[in-house]
Design a protein around this ligand. Structure first.
Ligand SMILES: *[C@@H]1O[C@H](CO)[C@@H](O)[C@H](O)[C@H]1NC(C)=O
Length: 226
């Protein structure tokens, strides 16, 4: 339709983890075991918290949401990676690749913010116990969750907006078992120096930002209890 001067690469070829048959079996068992264990463990936490009325408090609701998000995090790239172990042609379409990147960053960004929300919850209960019931109601908890999802979505969409129209032709060998921005950008046939910087700065900002807030909240808690 657009008849432009760049033809799109219809699919990307993902990295082969190993060509040895024995190691493939070993990796298959290893990844499957951990994937199933993580899904079952997280679902058990969510079901326990939802079904037990004693656990209907902000802290446990946040924990249930964290476990729920964790099932999502594990399910974005792992099942395909396990499936790909035994395939000769490990391909992923451009749309599939963009979908993977979208979900990895939305869910990953949300999880990081959720961790700081959980830290805030513990900070209030330990350092400002008299304010806890008023400042950490179920409604506040739900609003904070909404904020976490909004930041995660924003973090992901901002990066996607810059890479979604990149031209691809020729090189389609992804140096990884799943799609992520840095490697995706490297394959584009355009000058991507600024874009790489932008993506690294974006992910770096959200990771170091949440890490810093977590550390500060722990310092406050340690100072209070000691
Ligand atoms: C997430 O937290 C809210 C409360 O803010 C709760 O109603 C909801 O059930 C939780 N979601 C999950 C999957 O646990």
């Amino acid at each position: 339709m657009d008849g432009g001067n760049h033809s799109e690469v219809p699919e990307f070829v993902l990295l082969e983890l190993t060509s040895s048959w024995e190691i493939q079996i070993l990796l298959f068992l290893f990844f499957t075991t951990f994937y199933v264990a993580s899904m079952l463990g997280n679902l058990l936490i969510v079901l326990t918290i939802i079904s037990d009325r004693h656990l209907h408090s902000p802290m446990y609701f946040l924990l249930a949401n964290l476990s729920f998000i964790d099932t999502g995090v594990s399910s974005i790239a792992t099942p395909k990676m396990i499936y790909d172990l035994f395939r000769k042609h490990r391909a992923i379409s451009l749309k599939g690749c963009i979908t993977q990147m979208f979900f990895i960053h939305t869910v990953g960004g949300t999880e990081m913010v959720l961790l700081t929300v959980m830290a805030y919850d513990r900070y209030v209960v330990i350092c400002k116990p008299l304010h806890y019931l008023t400042s950490m109601s179920l409604r506040t908890c739900t609003s904070l969750l909404a904020v976490a999802w909004t930041i995660g979505l924003f973090h992901s969409v901002v990066q996607l907006a810059f890479v979604v129209n990149l031209p691809f032709c020729g090189n389609n060998k992804m140096d990884s078992f799943c799609c992520d921005f840095p490697r995706f950008i490297k394959l584009a046939s355009a000058d991507t120096y600024r874009l790489e910087f932008l993506v690294a700065a974006n992910s770096g900002f959200i990771s170091t930002g949440t890490f810093f807030i977590l550390i500060v909240s722990y310092v406050f808690i340690l100072v209070t209890v000691s």
